[in-house]
Design a protein around this ligand. Sequence first.
Ligand SMILES: [Mg+2]
Length: 258
Amino acid sequence: MVKGIISDMDGVIYRGKQLVPGAKDFVQRLHDSKTPFLFLTNNAEQTPLDLKLKLASLGIDGLTEGNFITAAMATATFLKNQNQKQHATAYVVGGGGLMSELYNVGFSISESNPDYVVVAKCSTLSYEQLKKAVRFIDHGAKFIGTNPDMIDPVEGGLEPAAGTILAAISAATGKKPYIVGKPNSLMMMLAARKLGAHPEDCVMIGDRMDTDIVGGMEAGMKTILVLSGVTTPELMTEFPYKPDYVFNTVGDIDLANL
Ligand SMILES: [Mg+2]
């Protein structure tokens, strides 16, 4: 019996601004069967409220902010669990969403010898920010990334993402960041904990072998690959690991038979 469903969104629930066929029905079946579920995303810019509104605009209603976990939330939870200090500080290269998650777990944002430099995608990135991040890390701040994605596909082409900024800071400091988001199975385990379920009782659904499926597998979850995103059946076989189940879309998943 599945006690929790954790699902990627892009390529699973929607593609760009299009709902994947059967996705609305799938979410309805999750509600009807009272299966706890979370949508998980490496996006650290959007808040759970933004994501809830995005899905509502595509026709998926009835979700709450509690139905989402973002890389920004997972990073804040990780830092809270790691840190014993009363007043830990972080310098943030990233957006307001990440800062508010760090505030929520008791961090202050500081430019005076911060304990951590936390980096996410930052559409307003400046040379000054890069310089500060490099100097703080050089002075001993711990180097953390929300997610490793180098690029985000958006309308009109590609956009440099968190991984690109992390790579620049790495090049300058010679230090490697610890990255919390997918494919780090830590993010999947935090999602399972948020659902109050053991990872072995959860199913991870995604469209990417090298993030969703490997992360779910390493966290000890069952995995479902859907073919509605970036992976074809031929591409799937090129990986040294495989998902437990493969479906064309989430609409084909029979929750009672997992
Ligand atoms: Mg995806």
